[in-house]
Structure formats: C-alpha cells, structure tokens
Design a protein around this ligand. Structure first.
Ligand SMILES: NC(=O)C1=CN([C@@H]2O[C@H](COP(=O)(O)OP(=O)(O)OC[C@H]3O[C@@H](n4cnc5c(N)ncnc54)[C@H](O)[C@@H]3O)[C@@H](O)[C@H]2O)C=CC1
Ligand SMILES: O=C([O-])CC(=O)C(=O)O
Length: 213
C-alpha cells in the first residue's frame, strides 16, 4: 500500500508473491534482500551458514526466469559471498552484472569526512571502498576531494590529520554497521535502502561527471 501511496513515477505495479519463479520472471534488475540479518555482536560472516543456502536457490530461479541481461544487486550478508554463490549458479547472466552492496560503506565514508570538515556531504567526492562489505574493508581517501570556497582540494590536504584518516576514520566506517545495530537493535534500513537506490541509479544512468564510486 505504501509503495502505491508514494506515487513513484516509475512504479507500474506491484506483484507480492512467495513463489520464487514468479518473483524472478523477466526481471531486469534484481535487488536481493532476502536473508537472515545480523544481530548485535555478530559479524556479517556469522550469518553465512543460513544465507548461503538461500542464494543458491534464488540464483537457480534467476537463471531460469530472469531477463538474460538482468542486473543483480545482492544486499543480504555476507553480501560478497552471497554474490559469489549467486554468480556460480547463474552462468547465463553476464558476470559483470552480479554485484553486491558496498555503496552504503561509500556513503558512510563521505559522511564521516563531511562531518569532520563541517561541509555538506555533496561537496565530498571520490572515496573508494576496497575489499568486502565487512570489517576488513579499506575506505580509501587518497583520491577523494572536497569542494571549498577556494576550489577543489584533496581530502588528505584539507583534513591535515593522517593519523585520524589512517585509523579512527577507517575503523568507524568498517564498524558503522555494527554501531547502527547497537543503536537500533536492528540492521541499518533507510540508509541501506537509499544506498541500494544510489547503486542501481548510477549503474543504469552512469555516475555524474568527475564522480567515482
Ligand atoms: N550490504 C549492506 O550494506 C547491508 C546488508 N544488510 C543485510 O540485508 C539482509 C536483510 O536485512 P533486513 O532487511 O534488516 O532483514 P529482515 O529480517 O527485515 O528481512 C529479511 C527478509 O528476508 C526474508 N527471508 C528469510 N529467509 C528467506 C528465504 N529463504 N528466501 C527468501 N527470503 C527470505 C524474510 O522473510 C525477511 O522478509 C541481512 O542479511 C542484512 O545483514 C542490511 C543492511 C545493509
Ligand atoms: O550487518 C548488517 O546486518 C547490516 C550491514 O551490513 C550494515 O549496516 O552495513
């Protein structure tokens, strides 16, 4: 009902189903959120035994029923591993079309920098997340820039605190999912959904000029 009430201009209809074949039929973009969420104190890898089986079954349905050029975004954790499993069981879908959500980590990193510099987040660009959506990821600010009143500057130059950038900044981004779970007693929801929209929008339409994700 709320999807309809939101009057999304691109929404032509809603099919609510528990039939995996019906859910996957002719889909062009699949956002895979089904799975067991992390609880407080859990690492994302701790939900692997439950979620890996789900991804094998869902991949088989996508392989059979989705559009051949379907773009897939795996959100459920452990997101990289689930995406790898899904890739193994969807040989007909192009390899480059199987992705997982680390855009949330990217957005978190942009926001840590914007808070530190007291600038708007839209003025911070080009942070890169290397590695998995896990506590071992590496948020990289070496190419990141910030737009200031005297032009575009490198984040490292403006922050001028390598100790913070090389330690607390990195661990805050790495552990932000856990911090949200501690605060909400549930996984991130709005920021995760919004980041999934960012991921798909930029994938389909391309990133704006001079903007890397
Ligand atoms: N990559 C990222 O940045 C993020 C990943 N997550 C992950 O996304 C996943 C979903 O999180 P929430 O929406 O908070 O959890 P949730 O528990 O609210 O929703 C999960 C849904 O999966 C469904 N489900 C359970 N078993 C299933 C199965 N065998 N087949 C199909 N669907 C099944 C449940 O019925 C439920 O509706 C979790 O694994 C969570 O860790 C959450 C936030 C960010
Ligand atoms: O661990 C979770 O369930 C949620 C998550 O990935 C995040 O917020 O980064």
């Amino acid at each position: 009902m709320e999807l309809i009430d939101a009057a999304f201009p691109l929404l032509k209809g809603v099919v609510a189903t528990t039939d995996v074949a019906e859910a996957c039929k002719d889909v062009n973009i699949a956002v895979m959120v089904g799975g067991f969420p992390c609880k407080e104190g859990m690492e994302r890898k701790d939900v692997m035994p439950k979620n890996v089986l789900i991804y094998k079954a869902q991949a088989s349905a996508l392989e059979k029923h989705a559009a051949p050029d379907c773009k897939v975004l795996v959100v459920a954790n452990p997101a990289n591993t689930n995406a790898l499993i899904l890739k193994e069981f969807t040989p007909s879908i192009p390899r480059k079309n199987i992705t997982c959500l680390t855009r949330l980590d990217h957005n978190r990193a942009l926001n840590q920098i914007s808070e530190r510099l007291d600038v708007h987040v839209s003025d911070v660009k080009n942070v890169i997340i290397w590695g998995n959506h896990s506590s071992t990821q590496y948020p990289d600010v070496n190419c990141a820039t910030v737009t200031t009143s005297s032009g575009k500057k490198f984040v490292r130059e403006i922050v001028a605190d390598d100790k913070w950038l090389n330690s607390e900044f990195i661990t805050t981004v790495q552990q932000r999912g856990d911090a949200i779970i501690k605060a909400r007693k549930l996984s991130s929801a709005l920021s995760a959904a919004s980041s999934a929209c960012d991921h798909i929008r930029d994938w389909v339409l391309g990133t704006p000029k001079d903007f890397k994700v």
